[in-house]
Design a protein around this ligand. Structure first.
Ligand SMILES: [Zn+2]
Length: 415
């Protein structure tokens, strides 16, 4: 079995506005990860977007929600709940266990007989290969992403068995030349239970599949424990020998794990992380990615931090960011311009998106170009280029801990 090859840097889109803003992100990223329920519901918009951007893409089946308790089939509060109509519309393509139970109860893996399993995988392949160019010719993704559920600690045996069957069935019936990508979406508590993580590792190793996407539910590198980060790093290195590993998360700590076997990352137009699978709705995008801190910070706060640096244009470009948006606009009056990036106007979102994706690209490309020691030196130099106050030590301490836990590079400083 040969290891698959996928692009290194994916931008995740799950709605029309994200697809529009992906244009700014794709100036710096290589590929798209498109939500399948979005393609089912906005087929024309997705076809137009993909045709226009001319970038490779994958479709994320998002089938996990069918297997969650029925309250997660709805949006909004208990009193004012609405069924998730996109998932409902997608459910009619799937076998009875999903179609008949959506909105009423969780689909159960034990109710899938061989025929339903086959139908599940077959319909999923059809959904992913049904997009068309304007002239009617097929508009194909670069791989077939097999359906998936969320693997929970309590039901790990049946969940893993089902997940691996779904991936092997998809591979077996796949008549296209497209490689099959399996998804392992695991609940976060599995990360700190080494015996369970070993079980997941074993299941992945036994699979005859070139590429695996990993999504740890609700993972956040900022509040992750040392144990979680170490275990995730080890997990990647244990499954990556003969498989291309794609992460559904794009924080810098995750990107550093590309030194340990992780091959690709995915992030949203605004977000580093794949949202919590149970989450309702989103939050506004008024965050500026401060490259020196490797975190998204409210634009108001970011502009105050930048103002304190008293950077002239050249200094800003050298010490903070020299992306096209910053070159053309922000560096002229950095603090004022960043302060004004509060709002929903399209030029604002484009600026923030382009700036964010550019910095992610740098973080990825530097892993490929630099040794761990040089990568660490680059991150630390960016940090030292900023004068920081006591309030901001949390950012620098976090970065130093990631360098130590993930890259094994200790930072000694006398301050
Ligand atoms: Zn920038």
């Amino acid at each position: 079995m040969s290891k698959g090859i996928l692009p290194k840097h994916f931008i995740r889109v799950a709605a029309s506005n994200e697809l529009n803003y992906a244009e700014s992100a794709l100036e710096h990223a290589e590929a798209l990860m498109i939500s399948q329920s979005f393609t089912v519901n906005n087929r024309m918009a997705v076809q137009r977007g993909v045709e226009k951007y001319k970038k490779p893409f994958l479709i994320d089946p998002e089938t996990y929600r069918y297997f969650l308790a029925f309250k997660h089939h709805y949006k909004g509060t208990k009193k004012n709940r609405k069924i998730r109509s996109w998932l409902s519309k997608m459910s009619v393509h799937f076998p009875e266990e999903i179609k008949n139970n959506f909105g009423k109860k969780a689909a159960k893996v034990e109710n899938f007989d061989a025929l339903q399993m086959l139908e599940f995988c077959q319909s999923n392949i059809e959904l992913q290969t049904s997009l068309e160019h304007k002239d009617g010719s097929p508009l194909l993704p670069i791989g077939i992403v097999a359906p998936y559920l969320r693997i929970s600690a309590e039901k790990i045996n049946s969940n893993l068995l089902f997940q691996t069957q779904v991936i092997s069935t998809t591979s077996k019936i796949n008549k296209s030349d497209l490689p099959v990508i399996g998804v392992f979406y695991i609940s976060r508590d599995i990360l700190s239970r080494e015996n369970l993580l070993k079980q997941v590792t074993q299941s992945i190793r036994e699979l005859d599949c070139e590429s695996i996407a990993v999504w740890v539910d609700n993972f956040n590198e900022v509040d992750a424990t040392e144990e979680e980060l170490t275990n995730l790093r080890t997990f990647y290195s244990n499954i990556s020998a003969d498989k291309h590993i794609l992460s559904m998360y794009g924080g810098v700590a995750q990107i550093m794990m590309m030194y340990n076997g992780l091959d690709s990352i995915t992030h949203g137009v605004h977000y580093q992380m794949h949202k919590d699978g149970l989450a309702n709705g989103g939050t506004p995008a008024y965050y500026f990615y401060v490259p020196n801190f490797r975190q998204r910070i409210r634009t108001i706060e970011a502009s105050a931090i930048i103002r304190r640096q008293n950077f002239l244009r050249e200094e800003y470009l050298k010490k903070c960011c020299d992306c096209p948006s910053c070159q053309e606009n922000i560096s002229m009056q950095p603090a004022e311009r960043i302060f004004s990036l509060e709002g929903n106007e399209s030029y604002i979102v484009k600026t923030l998106t382009g700036h964010f994706a550019y910095n992610k690209k740098l973080e990825i490309n530097n892993v490929l170009d630099l040794s761990k020691e040089d990568y660490s030196a680059w991150i630390m130099q960016k940090l030292r280029d900023f004068s920081i106050t006591r309030d901001e030590f949390e950012y620098s301490d976090k970065i130093k801990s990631w360098l130590s836990i993930i890259l094994d590079v200790e930072i000694y400083e006398n301050n």
